[in-house]
Write a protein that binds this ligand. Structure first.
Ligand code: 13P
Length: 339
C-alpha cells in the first residue's frame, strides 16, 4: 500500500467544484429505473445509457471527479469499441467500482440487513485494479423503525465496511465507506441525527481497529433529514446545520473528503442541502456529492430509451452536474435552476 498514492486519489475524488457520479446500479436496480421510463433493460441499452453519460463532455471534464461503475459496466465497451473505462479516463475523471454484493437479511434481527461480499474480495480487488478501478464502494444499509436499528445490525455492518476498506487499501484502491441511514419511514430529524451519530461513531471505531488509513478513504454518508413520511419537515438550513454538527462530532479531520449520497431526496433538494452545508464553511474536509438518483433522474426522464433524445439527456445531466458542482463551492442559487 502506498499511502501517498491513496491520498492523491482521494483528494482528486473530492476536488472542489466536482463530485462523483454513482452509476453503479445493479442490474436489478437499473431495470427499475428503465421500467419507470418505459425502456427495455438489456446489456446494450444499459451500455448505451451509460455511454451517453460518460460522453457528456462538459459535465465529465468540468464537474465529475469520478464515476462508480457496476461489475458489468467496467467490462463494457462503447459502440465504437472504446472501453467505457477509457471514455471516463479521457475526460480526466477517475473510474471506480462497486464491490459489495448487496444486502441479505440479518439473522434474528427482523427488518434488518447486512451487506455481503467479503469472500474472495482480495482477489476481486486485484482484478478490478487491472480493469482500471482506482477507488471502490461498499454500501451498508441501516433502517430506522420500531425497535431498529439494533446494536447487532450496526456492529455487523461497521465490521464489514472496515474489512472491505482494509482490503481495498491493501490493493492500493481508495475505499468509499458508505454507511447509509435510510430516509424511509416517519421518524423525525432528531432520530435521524441520533442514529447517524451512533452509526458513524461505530464505523470509525471499526476503521481504527482494522487499521484503515483515514487519509486514504472517502466517507459517503447520508445527510441528517427527517424520514420521508414524517409530518415534521425540516428547512434546508436545519438539515445543513444538523448534518455539519453530526459530521464534526464523528468524522476525524484526517479524512480528505465527504461525498454525500442523495438517498431519495429530489434532485434540487439534494443540491440545495449540499450548497447550504458548504455555505456554512470552515469544514475540516472537502464536502461534495456522490449522487445516483439526484444526478440521473433528469437525464433518464429526458432519454426515455430513445437514441434521438441523447442530446437532451446529456444537457439534463450536464445541468445537474453543474448545479451540484456549484453547490460544492457554496455558490449555487435557486435562480440558476431555471436560468
Ligand atoms: P443515491 O444518490 O441514489 O442514493 O445513490 C448513491 C449510491 O451510490 C447509493 O449506494
Amino acid at each position: 500500500m502506498n499511502l501517498a498514492e491513496l491520498n492523491t486519489i482521494a483528494q482528486a475524488m473530492v476536488t472542489p467544484g466536482k463530485g462523483i457520479l454513482a452509476a453503479d446500479e445493479s442490474s436489478g436496480t437499473i431495470k427499475k429505473r428503465f421500467d419507470a421510463i418505459g425502456a427495455a433493460s438489456t446489456a446494450d441499452s444499459r451500455r448505451d445509457y451509460r455511454e451517453l453519460l460518460f460522453r457528456s463532455l462538459d459535465a465529465m471534464s468540468g464537474r465529475i471527479s469520478g464515476v462508480i461503475l457496476y461489475d458489468e459496466t467496467i467490462r463494457q465497451t462503447a459502440r465504437d469499441s472504446t472501453p467505457l473505462v477509457r471514455l471516463i479516463e479521457q475526460t480526466g475523471s477517475i473510474p471506480g467500482i462497486k464491490v459489495d454484493k448487496g444486502t441479505k437479511p440479518l439473522p434474528f434481527c427482523p427488518g434488518e440487513v447486512v451487506t455481503e461480499g467479503l469472500d474472495g474480495l482480495r482477489e476481486r480487488f486485484v482484478e478490478y485494479r487491472g480493469l482500471g478501478a482506482k477507488f471502490a464502494k461498499w454500501r451498508a444499509v441501516i433502517d430506522i423503525g420500531p425497535g431498529i436499528p439494533t446494536e447487532t445490525c450496526i456492529a455487523c455492518n461497521a465490521h464489514a465496511l472496515a474489512r472491505y476498506a482494509a482490503l481495498s487499501q491493501e490493493e492500493g484502491i481508495v475505499p468509499i465507506v458508505e454507511p447509509e441511514v435510510l430516509m424511509d419511514g416517519g421518524h423525525d430529524i432528531e432520530l435521524c441525527y441520533e442514529v447517524t451519530e451512533w452509526v458513524l461513531k461505530t464505523v470509525f471505531d471499526e476503521l481504527y481497529r482494522q487499521r484503515v488509513t483515514l487519509e486514504g478513504m472517502v466517507l459517503k454518508p447520508n445527510m441528517v433529514v427527517p424520514g420521508q413520511q414524517s409530518p415534521k419537515r425540516a428547512s434546508v438550513e436545519e438539515v445543513a446545520e444538523k448534518t455539519v454538527r453530526v459530521l464534526k462530532s464523528c468524522v476525524p479531520g484526517a479524512v480528505p473528503g465527504i461525498a454525500f449520497l442523495s438517498g431519495g431526496q429530489s434532485d434540487v433538494e439534494a443540491t440545495a442541502h449540499l450548497d447550504a452545508i458548504n455555505k456554512i464553511g470552515g469544514l475540516p474536509w472537502k464536502v461534495t456529492f456522490s449522487y445516483g438518483r439526484a444526478l440521473q433522474a433528469a437525464p433518464l426522464t429526458a432519454w426515455k430509451g430513445e437514441n434521438t433524445n441523447v442530446p437532451a439527456a446529456q444537457r439534463a445531466f450536464s445541468h445537474r452536474a453543474r448545479m451540484n458542482g456549484l453547490a460544492t463551492l457554496g455558490e449555487w442559487k435557486k435562480e440558476l435552476e431555471t436560468a
